[in-house]
Design a protein around this ligand. Sequence first.
Ligand SMILES: Nc1nc2c(ncn2[C@@H]2O[C@H](COP(=O)(O)OP(=O)(O)O)[C@@H](O)[C@H]2O)c(=O)[nH]1
Ligand SMILES: Nc1ncnc2c1ncn2[C@@H]1O[C@H](COP(=O)(O)OP(=O)(O)O)[C@@H](O)[C@H]1O
Length: 192
Amino acid sequence: MKKGLLIIISGPSGVGKGTVRKYFMDDDSLRLTYSISMTTRKPRQGERDGVDYIFTTREKFEEAIAEGELLEWAEFVGNYYGTPLTQVEKLREEGKNVLLEIEVQGADQVRKKCPDALSIFIIPPSMEELEKRIRGRRSEPEEIVQQRLAKAENEMKMVSNYKYIVCNEDPQLAAELISSIIKRHMYVEENV
Ligand SMILES: Nc1nc2c(ncn2[C@@H]2O[C@H](COP(=O)(O)OP(=O)(O)O)[C@@H](O)[C@H]2O)c(=O)[nH]1
Ligand SMILES: Nc1ncnc2c1ncn2[C@@H]1O[C@H](COP(=O)(O)OP(=O)(O)O)[C@@H](O)[C@H]1O
């Protein structure tokens, strides 16, 4: 059996990564598994431990770094985020396509370790629209919103490191584009 793809999806906070993902994640023909990250961020309303993230403490996260348990990790607006290593390789060996939804520094680390990773960056139709979306989520205090917006400006400078750029104006269309990119790569992998 062919090893599954490693797919990186990045994009500024609030661009709609989670929203777009819901449109294509359950498409069986894509054989996708979502890699659940570890984070020290507090859960937002409706987020579930072990489903959206593995929520943990700074102490435990630093232990995981020291033990070499993470494929990559980064600090983002005061919190740690990282990808547990164990599941990724096992799932790929089983032929599953593993999806990492991670920020730009983590994506760099993954590209170095796995040069064959497929990377996609989601951009907003405009920075004004991005601000509306971050604020529309109403989950964080103004100070954090400002930090996320400043971070977004910097992240947008990293788009050229990605193989594909998809604009999320309409989430269904963005999901269709991402699905066709994944299908194309699955087809290529299966026919080499
Ligand atoms: N490097 C890295 N970044 C992650 C990981 N998990 C999530 N992120 C990114 O961390 C950033 C902040 O995530 P979050 O607080 O959930 O905010 P959101 O993207 O606005 O929903 C986003 O860019 C995520 O894609 C991870 O395991 N590693
Ligand atoms: N194409 C879109 N048009 C308008 N609003 C959107 C679109 N995609 C996402 N949103 C909204 O933007 C906000 C942030 O989306 P979310 O999926 O949480 O982003 P991310 O996971 O990138 O942080 C949510 O309130 C979501 O409903």
